[in-house]
Design a protein around this ligand. Structure first.
Ligand code: ZN
Length: 165
């Protein structure tokens, strides 16, 4: 079965900075699951997935514009530690370089800790991958039809996909 609209795709990936270090890999966990054609992946990534099938291995290169955007000036902020998601758990563990989520009126926003104070934390709210040229090595594990429920929700269900609690 080929990848196209309304297919649920299961895949493994290795993400590196192009000609640089490995940033993330799914190979030591369950494959990632997504519903194709519902804006669940970066657009350039969905284009590269189109027409592929189980067993296919390929490489996708993304410019910052196709990926997570250019780094923005002014994205460095000092905020109260209690504005971090799960701050009670994080309080004594915060370290520079750590990824955190900040509660905002638009939902949690990913940021990187720069400096930790007693009550405040300096964060960089640029996406950690902003400004980077990225290489994804993809391996398609499985392609199947989406269920009615998945189509209604706009995302894939199951291990590696969306979980409802
Ligand atoms: Zn759902």
């Amino acid at each position: 079965m080929q990848i196209g609209a309304d297919k649920v795709v299961s895949f493994h990936y290795r993400l590196s900075e192009t000609n640089g270090e490995l940033l993330e890999s799914s190979h030591d966990a369950e494959p990632t699951l997504y519903l194709h054609g519902h804006n669940n992946l970066l657009a350039a990534m969905e284009q590269a997935m189109e027409g592929k099938q189980a067993g296919d291995k390929f490489t996708v290169e993304l410019s910052p514009e196709q990926g997570y955007g250019q780094r923005k000036e002014g994205a460095v902020q000092r905020i109260p530690i209690k504005h971090l998601l799960d701050y009670a758990k994080l309080k004594n563990k915060l370290k520079p370089g750590m990824k955190v989520a900040v509660n905002t009126e638009h939902g949690p926003w990913e940021a990187v800790v720069l400096k930790v104070g007693k009550f405040n934390v300096d964060i960089d709210s640029n996406h950690p991958l902003a400004g980077k040229q990225l290489t994804f090595e993809i391996e398609i594990v499985d392609v199947r039809e989406a269920t009615e429920e998945e189509l209604a929700h706009g995302h894939a269900h199951g291990v590696g996909g969306h979980h409802h609690h």
